[in-house]
Design a protein around this ligand. Sequence first.
Ligand code: PMV
Length: 354
Amino acid sequence: MKSRCFFYKKKNYSIVSNGVVTKKSYSNIALIKYWGKRKNKIQIPMNSSISYSLEKVYTVTKLIYSLKEIKKKRSIKIFFSGKEKTNFLPKIFEFFHRISFYCSYLRYFNFVIKTDNTFPHSSGIASSASSMSALALCIMEIEKKLDSSLKEAFFLKKASFLARLGSGSACRSIYPGLVVWGKHKSIKGSNNLYSIPYPYKIHPIFKKIWDTILVIDEEPKKILSSKGHQLMNHHPYAKERLKFANRNMDQLISILKIGDFPKFGELIEHESLNLHAMIMTSNPYFLWMRPNTLHVLHKVWDFRKQSKKNIYFTLDAGANVHLLYPIQEKKVIIRWIYSELIYYCKKIIESFCQ
Ligand code: PMV
């Protein structure tokens, strides 16, 4: 693993000018969830996590940069779907503050950020992963323009490192496919500073997975994930959660290799219920699920038992349900979803786990 200093470059860039860069980045759904940060560290996870990037659920960000006087305060404007969003600014300023040590060239510029999502705005789908990673990729694109010797592998590693400082799970959105973040003894190259593409054998069944996202609640979350992470610091079950997540990762490695879909499905369901159990038993406590979430979970269990189809769920930090299944079984499953589950949700979003 590289140390943080690996990403620091003290350089005086002689040829700087105005410019525009545009980048796209995916949202992701974690199979083993990142939950909890190490105390007194910036965005260092308690446990390692792994996710699929979602091909059809992404953000496109255009970053316009213009020269300013170095000593003058930086100005940033942000537009989301064409509308100026001043309420996003504190998070963005905090992000630029955190990364400025590693990207000294930022001091030359003012910025205008124009961003758009492919998924509906009020869908309860976390956009911080795709938006922070798209922004990190834009910043690296500027670095590349200033330093032509920059290699592709470094570009991606540093983009992931920067994205992490914006939002932890965003660092996994830099790569397609299965991506790991956080040190795990069984995964070579895994580390806490940036993500890596999953480095081991993946059975073909796990290369063609479909995700149907059931949007059950469109309202913004009552408790932000940043607060939820904090609550793990004094959580009575934190140690057990860490052991559970580590064991799940070990099991997942062999499941991914042999291609056992039912085992995979049981593991992701158990893991997501474990995440929800953590928030229900924190102090203060919260409940992310809504009545329709529970209806859907029971329906999925009943349908699976009776049809023998490989359909399993995972949950994020909210009420929405991700249904994962092999693409070969899509025809029957999707017909069932649209006839039986449509009543429980506000929207349905489809994506290939690429
Ligand atoms: O990246 P954050 O701070 O929004 O945390 C994300 C946490 C989960 O979505 C619940 C799990 C994960 O690994 O994506």
